[in-house]
Design a protein around this ligand. Structure first.
Ligand SMILES: CC(=O)Nc1ccn([C@@H]2O[C@H](CO)[C@@H](O)[C@H]2O)c(=O)n1
Length: 121
């Protein structure tokens, strides 16, 4: 019997789109409770794709935390980080900037990743 060959839905390869993300353990309660809805990362972690679901793990112990859905990824200059971002991070602005300076001491280009909570566990 004739069957139509299955064709890929999208010609664009998904092989470079990451499906996991890690966060410092102390931040994960904020993610699980949907209080933290952005993260700021460097270029190496900027390849998340809006609409995709991503598994969250703790950086220190690799424990599964929850699932999130990526909403957007956009460039963000360090000097443009303001109270809006602090609010979305659920962190005081000075603490957020200190943390970013600690994680990224070489001041690389940064990206804001917006996400929503899909399911906590
Ligand atoms: C491997 C690696 O870089 N992991 C990171 C990097 C950043 N962050 C957090 O994202 C926000 C903006 O930087 C702040 O809340 C940071 O604490 C994190 O949890 N884990």
């Amino acid at each position: 019997m004739h069957t139509t060959p299955k064709t890929p839905i999208s010609p664009i390869s998904n092989s470079t789109v990451p499906t996991t993300i890690t966060f410092f353990e102390f931040l994960t309660p904020l993610i699980k409770s949907a209080k933290k809805t952005i993260t700021i990362r460097d270029e190496s972690e900027s390849h998340y794709q809006p609409g995709t679901q991503v598994e969250v793990f703790t950086l220190e112990t690799n424990q599964k935390v929850c699932d999130i859905r990526i909403l957007s990824v956009e460039p963000l200059a360090f000097d443009d980080i303001n109270e809006y971002h602090a609010e979305q991070e659920s962190l005081p602005l000075n603490e957020l900037k200190q943390l970013i300076n600690k994680v990224y001491p070489n001041q690389p280009p940064l990206f804001m990743i917006r996400f929503e909570l899909v399911s906590a566990r």
